[in-house]
Design a protein around this ligand. Structure first.
Ligand code: NAD
Ligand code: WQD
Length: 345
């Protein structure tokens, strides 16, 4: 199994899950938003080695092709992408190049090597500001940022490839808001620079790295005035990927599923749950709305439950408890911990 972006937040947790279930893994990552230390932690938790690790940019087709030449790849789980919505509005070309160009470079290489099975990371951000109530997969895509548009373009390319080339199977998973950490406290979310996302920001406030949380808007039409999201434990997210791999053999074509809990939590709900987890109040101040933020994004995730029997089992308190454990044990993230060497050519 080839995992692109396997050193990232969701990728690293997926590697543990797949190693735990006996998979042989080949990881490629350029560490543009991660570090090689992560994979040493993955191996420590799993008690097994990742088969091979290559530091490469997936847009480098020659390097990627050499990996496919060297290993027998049966399927690919494709996480590698840039993911910061705000940054994408300032660097749209970088986002289209990495996210769309990276996906087509991967597809080209898979095609050249006769590999036709792919699990693709998509995002609830493709729905844009779709309004109130749970969103199912038939909700029209209305991306409002280059990041979201890049994911939607990839979905369309993959759907068209599946339509025209009957040997392909693509499982496209639209994650809502993955959060939390591995229960060991060894793996978690360690963004570079100031976190864009709510949960790692709250965790850094709790540990004293940042003075207070800016709450982006308290004038939304929601019960407490703050925006509502569907937070999904990263361990539930990665279990869905493991289940997806079992369903690659169901037949060709593209299938698209939302991954979420189906329950909305406001920003202040997250603040309260994290305060409970860490046993201290989280200082915050209300700031202006963040441009482009939707009022409410909650998944209707009944399709994946029907198709695969996948249900998330963890709640917001579990996410906060695990994110807090990771933050406490790693107040500066992965900095300073042991590296895992790359596989040599
Ligand atoms: P992440 O940034 O932690 O992980 C992405 C990994 O890909 C990083 O290790 C990065 O170094 C690597 N990478 C980036 N560009 C690369 C390239 N050109 N070549 C090789 N490696 C490259 O992000 P994440 O949160 O783990 O997200 C994983 C995937 O899930 C992404 O595709 C993201 O768009 C998608 N997604 C994430 C969320 C979320 O909230 N975290 C929600 C929906 C979808
Ligand atoms: C959650 C809520 C913020 C930070 C994005 C992508 C989505 C997916 C997850 C990739 C919002 C508020 C945040 C802060 C705050 N990623 N907030 N203060 O924007 O729902 O989703 O990440 O695909 O596609 O769009 O997640 O964690 O940034 O924000 O008040 O310092 O927390 O305004 O309401 P978001 P988030």
């Amino acid at each position: 199994m080839l995992v692109t972006g396997g050193a990232g937040f969701i990728g690293s947790h997926t590697c543990v899950e797949l190693l735990d279930h006996g998979y042989e893994l080949i990881v490629v990552d350029d560490y543009s938003n991660s570090t090689p230390q992560v994979l040493a932690r993955v191996e420590r938790i799993a008690g097994r080695f990742v088969g091979a690790v290559y530091e490469l940019d997936i847009r480098d087709r020659r390097a990627l092709s050499a990996v496919f030449d060297r290993h027998s790849v049966d399927a690919v789980v494709h996480f590698a992408a840039h993911k910061a919505v705000g940054e994408s509005t300032r660097m749209p070309i970088e986002y289209y190049d990495t996210n769309v160009g990276g996906t087509t470079a991967l597809l080209r290489t898979m095609h050249d090597h006769g590999v036709h099975q792919l699990v693709f990371s998509s995002s609830c951000s493709i729905y844009g500001d779709a309004g109130h109530g749970p969103l199912d997969e038939a909700t029209p895509a209305r991306p409002t940022s280059p990041y979201a548009a890049s994911k939607w373009v990839c979905e369309q390319i993959l759907a068209d490839v599946c339509h025209r080339c009957p040997e392909y199977t693509v499982l496209c998973l639209r994650y809502f808001n993955p959060a939390g950490a591995h229960p060991s406290g060894l793996l978690g979310e360690d963004p570079r620079g100031a976190p864009d996302n709510l949960m790692p920001y709250v965790a850094q406030v709790a540990v004293g790295r940042r003075p207070r949380l800016p709450v982006f808007g308290d004038d939304y039409p929601t019960p407490d005035g703050t925006a509502i999201r569907d937070y999904l434990h990263v361990m539930d997210t990665v279990e869905a990927h493991r289940v997806a791999l079992d369903h690659l053999a169901d037949g060709p074509g593209m299938r698209v599923y939302n991954l979420g809990v189906g329950k909305g939590s406001s920003v202040l709900d997250v603040v309260a749950a994290f305060s409970e987890a860490c046993g201290r109040p989280i200082p915050y101040e209300v700031a202006p709305r963040r441009p482009g933020d939707a009022t409410e994004l909650v998944a209707d995730a009944t399709a994946v439950a029907r198709a695969w029997g996948w249900h998330p089992t963890r709640n917001l308190a579990d996410m906060c408890r695990d994110a807090w454990r990771f933050q406490q044990l790693n107040p500066s993230g992965y900095a300073g911990s042991a590296r895992r060497p790359n596989t040599k050519d």
